[in-house]
Design a protein around this ligand. Structure first.
Ligand code: NAD
Length: 427
């Protein structure tokens, strides 16, 4: 989220390149390179100290030709409207490529939950949904948790919405606690989904997972569950990096025999930061955080932030690397992407390989609307089918037309939304 980096410009650039490949007409381009609807509003909150603070909130619906919009709500001090626009647009392509009957939206509030009490956060959640009124809901736009928002926030938003509308709408939001309309398997879904696509890529390359190694940037929800499944497949993780709240810097943790997930989980906090001293006691070598990209391994998994593989570090990728699987949204700059393409590294693009979360959110919505809940195994096996099917559709097109995987995924996703918009008579 640096000032120079504008995620919306990046996602528009990616869209323009595919619009040329698909030979889209001007109306389709104008319609899809910008959001369909945007809501910008202010949320005044009575703070615990008696003062009133005004927060800025957004909800952006990029496109809903395939179904109601769907996407996260992010609480972050560096939130910008362009970042929300980019995330909404990525959601449109993400739901489309995995074949969900949903569109793309995103929202957020500029705030720092580290400096807000739970009561103040509750007031922000309730204020956010009051401003949106009827413009979200199970048949219009279904929010979900994202950075620094959790199941508790979703429940406050749901409760306020149900109070406003005088009836129960369990399917108006996802990421609810299990037992309160949440789905089993949601916690694992993004990391597992990512690893399902890596597993399929290795299968197509004729490489056994238990002969491979990987390096991760990030040790949060996505990375932890991806590592769990990767270890079960026999893969060895040579390094993980994470942010340290005390030193305000990133560190990479490595061990010659591979990191041990269970022991690192015991010494990490809920923000995915690993305790440096305890890790050293366990025999880990601590390197600067940016070393994750230089590791000798087969698979690189950026699962922390956007704009992490850039022209400044792309040449440091080890010659052994065969696959990059983008756990985070937008971790690779378009310029660095070109270098990766030329080096023939197999790219699993973000909106395909991290779509497990939204797929499971969709399953949650279906279960909530039916008020009937599935077992965890059922959820995860349905997730495997969805992600594996989407992977093979993209890979088949990439092979047939000799396309880079990101381009093939975009072509499938954009073409589907263009066709739906045309068939509805919009463009
Ligand atoms: P999280 O907050 O649980 O974890 C983030 C991790 O990144 C933490 O370990 C943190 O220490 C680390 N980190 C932060 N800055 C870093 C830096 N400069 N260098 C190294 N590590 C750093 O987040 P998450 O839910 O795991 O999400 C990670 C990424 O995946 C985000 O981009 C998110 O938008 C994306 N994503 C998440 C989901 C989901 O379901 N959680 C779904 C799709 C995409």
């Amino acid at each position: 989220m640096s000032e120079a980096f504008n995620a919306f410009e990046m996602v528009q650039k990616q869209f323009d390149a595919i619009a040329d490949k698909l030979d889209l007409n001007e109306a389709a381009r104008d319609f899809l390179r910008n959001p369909l609807r945007e809501y910008h509003f202010l949320i005044p909150v009575k703070m615990d100290d008696g003062s009133t603070k005004v927060f800025k909130g957004f909800r952006i619906q990029h496109n809903d030709a395939l179904g109601p919009a769907k996407g996260g709500v992010r609480f972050h001090p560096l939130e910008t409207v362009d970042l929300v626009r980019a995330l909404a647009m990525w959601m449109t392509w993400k739901t489309s490529v995995v074949d969900l009957p949903l569109g793309g939206g995103y929202g957020g509030v500029i705030c720092d939950p580290h400096h807000l009490s739970m009561r103040e956060q509750e007031m922000i959640c309730r204020g956010w949904v009051r401003q949106l009124g009827d413009n979200i809901g199970p048949l219009r736009d279904i929010p979900a948790p994202d950075i620094m928002t959790y199941s508790q926030h979703m429940l406050w938003i749901l409760d306020e919405y149900e109070t406003m509308h005088g009836r129960k709408y369990p399917g108006m939001i996802t990421g609810k606690p299990v037992g309160m309309g949440g789905s089993l398997g949601r916690t694992e879904s993004t990391g597992y989904g990512l690893m399902f696509t890596v597993r399929e890529a290795l299968r197509e390359m004729g490489i056994r997972p238990d002969t491979t190694t990987a390096s991760f940037q990030g040790f949060g929800n996505v990375a932890q569950h991806a590592i769990k499944l990767y270890n079960q497949l026999g893969g060895k993780v040579v390094s993980v990096s994470c942010w340290d709240q005390k030193t305000h810097s990133a560190n990479a943790f490595t061990k010659p025999d591979g990191i041990n997930l269970d022991e690192l989980l015991k010494i990490s906090d809920r923000f995915g930061s690993i305790d440096i001293e305890k890790a050293m006691d366990l025999g880990y070598e601590i390197l600067p955080g940016d070393k994750w990209i230089e590791m000798e391994c087969d698979i690189l998994i950026p699962a922390a932030l956007e704009n992490q593989i850039t022209m400044e570090n792309v040449d440091k990728i080890h010659p052994r690397v065969k696959i990059i699987a983008e756990g985070a949204n937008g971790p690779t700059s378009p310029e660095a992407d070109e270098v990766i393409k030329k080096r023939n590294i197999f790219m699993l693009p973000d909106f395909l390989c991290n779509a497990g979360g939204v797929t499971c959110s969709y399953f949650e919505q279906v279960q909530s609307n039916m008020n009937y809940y599935w077992s965890k195994d059922e959820v995860l096996s349905k997730l495997d089918v969805k992600l594996t099917t989407a992977y093979h559709k993209v890979s088949e097109l990439a092979r047939k037309k000799k396309l880079y995987m990101r381009d093939a995924a975009y072509m499938i996703a954009i073409d589907k939304v263009v066709r739906a918009s045309k068939e509805r008579g919009w463009i």
